[in-house]
Write a protein that binds this ligand. Structure first.
Ligand SMILES: Cc1ncc(COP(=O)(O)O)c(C=O)c1O
Length: 394
């Protein structure tokens, strides 16, 4: 069995032999297509009956897309991967497909904000019951099960507050009652987390982040290792009409080639910056699961083989002017959502505003950092100058 670094250079390339015109390009070509032609009426009729062996319309995929799907499938050791137009679309389509009116879903309190909004504003409208649970609940999640609990949703670590979940314990408990386990595994990437090995049935990646790696496309992937869930997703994706472009699949495949080297750099630099921040007087605590000061460090070791470059710090309360003095003039860390790209980013947030099942101090203020591919010394110098400006404002 080859190492993942080697697989990243090989996967998704067989397609140029299978679908090309004999031109031996290293990378697959971009197949832009909406309309696909049938050779005759017989084939057309088969297309209408669903028995035709080729796709019948551009929405149902193209060889560039299959190359990416196959690569991600093999990286995760999954049965099937479905691609969506954004990470959020991958999440919402999975929840739509796997839940139904009258079902109950358990959702981690630390999930990505828009996932929570979809549950609160859309799923509830369709008669789905939602309960948020403490991400650190572990096997005790069983105490929250109801006769109609159909789905347990995780995000480990939570991408703002970085609680690590006991994935395997939660998955085991959910499987005991026949519930499907869905997880947003964007932070770990297939390099550092093998979700299906720990019992995740449906694993979501915002390809937008580390897999594409260059902050220039939006895409989501749903990786499935569960026959019933696969059949549901296969049907749903045809009915909802969400799809990806061949150009974006090409770019994502190109990003995938360098995933391993980028992740090693993100990991190393983020840890250097995190250790520096830990000793700053402005910082109350660093929320980075790969540091042994993190309360879930052992759980992180149990499930992950590495850490990406995203973490948070809780800082001492300060005025809005002081925060602005720091953030408005950073040279390298841009003020922007998202993460996983080559450029460093930072955002402020207030954890207490995002929670219902776990409590955070009301005035707690935190910064989330996405550490890019810059040199750690330059990022530290940028942050140090920011803290100096903050202090001057008071
Ligand atoms: C943890 C997590 N999951 C999913 C998403 C959604 O990805 P996209 O922006 O591609 O919709 C994000 C975006 O920031 C995220 O942070």
């Amino acid at each position: 069995m080859k190492h993942i670094e080697t697989k990243l250079t090989l996967l998704g390339r067989e397609h140029s032999e299978h679908f090309g015109c004999g031109f031996p390009s290293v990378s697959p070509p971009v197949h832009r297509a909406s309309t696909l032609l049938f050779p005759n009426l017989e084939a057309f009729d088969q297309g209408e009956q669903g028995t035709y062996s080729l796709p019948t319309y551009g929405r149902f995929g193209n060889p560039t897309q299959w190359a990416l799907e196959n690569a991600l499938c093999e990286l995760n050791n999954a049965d099937k991967v479905f691609l969506f137009s954004s990470g959020l679309s991958a999440i919402t389509n999975s929840l739509l497909g796997l839940l139904e009116q009258g079902a109950h879903a358990l959702i981690s309190d630390s999930v990505y904000g828009p996932t929570r909004k979809f549950c609160d504003y859309e799923l509830k409208r369709y008669g789905v019951e939602i309960t948020y649970y403490d991400p650190r609940i572990g096997a005790n999640i069983k105490d929250l099960f109801r006769p109609n609990t159909k789905l347990v949703y995780l995000e480990s670590p939570g991408s703002l507050t970085f609680e690590v979940q006991d994935i395997s314990a939660i998955a085991q408990a959910a499987h005991d009652i026949g519930a499907v386990v869905v997880s947003d595994d964007t932070w770990g990437t297939p390099l550092f987390l093998q979700p299906h090995e720990h019992g995740i049935d449906v694993s979501i990646q915002a390809v937008t982040k580390y897999i594409s790696g260059h902050s220039d496309l939006l895409m989501g992937a749903v990786s499935v290792k569960n026959t019933a869930a696969e059949q549901i997703m296969e049907r749903l994706v045809r009915h909802t009409g969400d799809c990806v472009t061949a150009d974006n699949c090409y770019l994502a495949l190109r990003g995938l080639r360098t995933l391993a080297v980028r992740m090693q750099h993100h990991q190393k630099t983020a840890l250097e910056v995190a250790h520096w921040l830990q000793n700053r007087p402005e910082v109350l605590r660093v929320l980075h699961p790969a540091m042994d000061s993190h309360p879930d460090h052992q759980l992180w070791q149990k499930h992950f083989t590495g850490a990406s470059g995203v973490f948070s710090v809780e800082i001492k309360p300060c005025s809005k002017n002081a925060l602005a003095a720091m953030l408005d003039h950073l040279e390298l860390l841009g003020l922007g959502f998202s993460w996983g790209g080559f450029e460093s980013l930072i955002i402020p947030f207030r954890p207490a505003l995002l929670r219902t099942a776990t409590s955070w101090a009301k005035d707690s203020l935190a910064l989330r950092l996405n550490i890019g591919l810059e040199h750690a010394d330059d990022l530290i110098a940028d942050l140090e100058a920011g803290f100096r400006r903050m202090k001057n404002v008071g």
